[in-house]
Ligand binder design. Structure first.
Ligand SMILES: NC(=O)c1ccc[n+]([C@@H]2O[C@H](COP(=O)([O-])OP(=O)(O)OC[C@H]3O[C@@H](n4cnc5c(N)ncnc54)[C@H](OP(=O)(O)O)[C@@H]3O)[C@@H](O)[C@H]2O)c1
Length: 328
């Protein structure tokens, strides 16, 4: 029998249930992966809370690292015992083992441990998208990164800084600010939990010699949307890639114009790695960036898989710095 975490009804972390369920042999084109480390991502919280509806019951999770344990019919290019990871659906990573489409599996380099892979793949490929497809130096050197000490945030801050961006990282406490500075941020702004972002735009202009940010990377959403727009330089881009505080309001095109010919984008990792070729190329680039020291995974903590609810509560409490890992 295979143990897994199920969302049986939407709600708080307490709805995550530890259950036993049979695992069939992998179907055609699938491989069975025995998980060694599972990545916790904010999208798992949205699935659990109902913010992003999924048919229930559902096993959450888009990210894990493990070894190939069985191969379905027609699968080529993988071998038994090979270390692999993955970053997309169908959901189901919160399990001891699962079957997954073989063409979406990423062979892992020996230089990356299972835990580091589970901390790096989903968040690192998101950072890869933001650095390679969204960031453009000619919009201006200043990049404002919200939740800069988060799972994506630490990777993004380091990578942008190594691409020459002057990163201003927004965090909620001084300890997070120190971590963000250590990744290469030029400056940090602390907005404590429960505090307002009203003064952020003025602070960003002050730090950037009156220029403002060429690009804002905003994963917080509702609470930061207005401050993010107000922080941009003319012709700047708001890359709104998450909503940990709630959904962003509808975007008003006339308002973008009035504020300085601004642009708005809602980038998604799932478009970035849509084809197997896109996925392989992005993963190869990410592993090279890891080897070059442009990204480095941070594991905040590892918890037993059956304590997935505690992991969600921790993530939502804003106490984590870097990634949370579940260990089967
Ligand atoms: N578009 C995509 O393809 C894509 C892919 C991956 C992730 N994402 C998004 O990127 C974001 C980061 O994901 P992650 O897994 O790395 O999480 P995370 O950044 O480690 O955690 C969320 C962080 O957001 C900040 N935050 C500010 N206000 C918050 C609030 N009201 N509630 C909760 N958190 C708040 C907190 O940092 P402070 O306390 O320092 O403010 C918190 O630590 C999420 O929004 C996720 O949906 C998007």
């Amino acid at each position: 029998m295979n143990h897994q975490i199920q969302i049986q009804a939407t709600g708080g972390p307490e709805v995550l249930a530890w259950v036993e369920a049979p695992l069939p042999d992998p179907g055609p084109g699938e491989a069975r992966i025995r998980h060694r480390a599972i990545g916790v991502n904010y999208i798992d919280v949205y699935h659990r809370s109902g913010a992003y509806p999924v048919p229930l019951p559902a096993v959450p999770g888009f990210e894990a690292a493990g070894v190939v344990e069985a191969l379905g019919a027609g699968v080529t290019g993988l071998r038994m015992g090979q270390r692999v990871g993955y970053v997309d659906g169908p959901t189901g990573a919160y399990a001891e083992a699962r079957n997954h489409p073989a063409d979406r599996l990423i062979p892992l380099p020996d230089s990356l441990s299972d835990e580091d892979a589970a901390a790096l793949l989903f968040k690192g490929l998101t950072a890869h998208m933001l650095v390679r497809r969204v960031w453009r130096a000619d919009r201006g050197p200043w990049a404002l990164v919200h939740a800069a000490a988060g799972g994506v945030g630490l990777l993004l801050t380091r990578w942008l800084a190594r691409e020459g961006a002057k990163v201003i990282g927004v965090v909620s406490d001084p300890e997070k600010a120190s971590m963000v500075a250590a990744e290469g941020a030029q400056a940090t702004v602390v907005v404590p939990r429960g505090g307002a972002y009203d003064g952020l735009a003025a602070e960003v202009r002050h730090l950037s010699d009156g220029v403002g940010a060429g690009t804002v990377f905003d994963s917080v959403g509702q609470d930061t949307f207005t401050a993010s727009l107000a922080s941009l330089a003319p012709f700047g881009l708001l890359a709104s890639y998450g909503r940990s505080s709630g959904p962003v309001p509808p975007v008003d095109a006339a308002d973008l114009g009035r504020r300085g010919s601004l642009a708005f984008q809602r980038p998604s990792i799932f478009h970035h790695i849509a084809s197997p070729a896109d996925l392989r190329a992005a993963a190869a680039d990410l592993f090279q960036a890891h080897a070059d020291g442009k990204v480095r995974p941070h594991v905040h903590d590892r918890l037993p898989l059956r304590e997935a609810g505690r992991a969600h509560a921790l993530l939502e409490s804003r106490a984590t710095r870097g990634a949370l890992i579940l260990v089967p």
